[in-house]
Design a protein around this ligand. Structure first.
Ligand code: SF4
Length: 341
């Protein structure tokens, strides 16, 4: 049996990506992935009635709380399995094909009888995750001898519950994806998941894109050795050169993004994108909010953040230094700066 929390090479979540590129490999860490893991942790804590970490971010906790309250609307609390490991078994050979962790599942009574309900929390952008849900559904059908699973994909950032039912026949799609991903002669396919793929720095598809865009933009990368490098093993003397040679890609992507935004705003359709409006709440009248809140000044200030730069503009730097100097803490921030700047 595999180690708990270890991921199989082909996992339910990687199927979403392998559907587009059979060579995709997960395992790339990122800030976004870490945020997702934290919110999933709070989600599990809340369901199990366990305390949350004291330093938990309120917005992240808010997303987990929304997911739990939504879950309680459609799922029985008497049979709730949280982050339980599930296996996909080959129906003919009885060999284990892969395993994964479903966020929450359980039998729930409906008017037509009991049904297996699966809930999966997504903290990022809405994407097609039918393959992943089909894998969990198949695993649940195998384990609990059922033929139908009610799926809820909970997009916590958008407070959206995407609901559908997968019958046993619908789950067959995963076998085609797995078969293609296991073929010796599988070929990489540049797709929206390259940014998540741990092969991105060596993959011929991404290398070809870098080379062709570099040529088109007239950037000289001769001697940097981009075509066959691996970041972790790269010569430290070359890392600075590599970064400079590649950093323009970020601004190139920003230019493309702003074009997409503009065109979508002008009413044009751009495949794979749509315009969404989100809201951000802020207090427009702080003194009035203080009075209305009924909080003590200490508790109210505890909810505010103060900009030292703005304070300096109001009071003057000398006043801030002489009267508030010993109340201001200084923390080290590590930044990357080019020599000579
Ligand atoms: S980087 Fe290569 S292997 Fe990875 S998803 Fe993109 S095309 Fe596929």
């Amino acid at each position: 049996m595999p180690d708990p929390r270890e991921h199989s090479v082909i996992s339910p979540s990687s199927l979403n990506c392998m559907r587009l590129c059979p060579c995709f490999r997960g395992g790339l860490s990122s800030d976004v992935a870490e945020t997702g893991e934290r919110i999933h942790g709070y989600f599990a804590n809340l369901i199990k009635g366990e305390p949350l970490p004291k330093d938990a971010d309120l917005d992240e906790v808010g997303q987990a709380e929304w997911a739990v309250s939504t879950l309680n609307n459609f799922m029985s609390q008497t049979d709730m399995h949280v982050e339980e490991q599930l296996y996909l078994i080959d129906d003919n050979t009885f060999e284990e094909i892969m395993w994964g962790y479903a966020d929450v599942f359980g039998m729930t009574p409906r008017a037509s009888g009991n049904i297996m309900v699966l809930a999966d929390l997504k903290t990022g952008e809405p994407r097609d995750c039918t393959a992943q849900m089909a894998a969990y559904a198949r695993m649940l059908c195998q384990k609990y001898d059922c033929r139908r699973v009610e799926v809820h994909v909970l997009y916590s950032r958008y407070k959206k519950d995407e609901t559908y039912t997968l019958n046993l026949g619908d789950t067959e799609i995963i076998f085609d994806i797995i078969k293609k991903a296991q073929k010796e002669d599988r070929q990489p396919n540049f797709c929206e998941y390259c940014g998540w793929c741990s092969l991105q720095s060596t993959c011929p598809q991404t290398q070809a894109i870098i080379t062709s865009v570099t040529k088109a933009e007239n950037y000289d990368i001769t001697g940097v050795g981009i075509v066959d490098w691996e970041i972790e093993n790269a010569n430290p003397d070359k890392l600075g050169q590599m970064y400079l040679a590649l950093s323009w890609l970020e601004s190139f992507a920003d230019r493309v993004k702003s074009q997409i935004k503009q065109k979508v705003q002008d009413g044009m359709e751009i495949s794979g994108f749509k315009r969404v409006t989100t809201t951000k709440r802020s207090i427009k009248d702080l003194p009035a909010a203080f009075t209305a809140s009924g909080l003590s000044s200490e508790d109210f200030l505890d909810c505010c953040s103060i900009s030292v730069t703005k304070l300096q503009k109001k009071l003057g730097r000398d006043t801030v230094d002489s009267t508030l100097g010993n109340l201001i803490t200084t923390t080290e921030v590590v930044q990357l700066r080019r020599v000579g700047e």
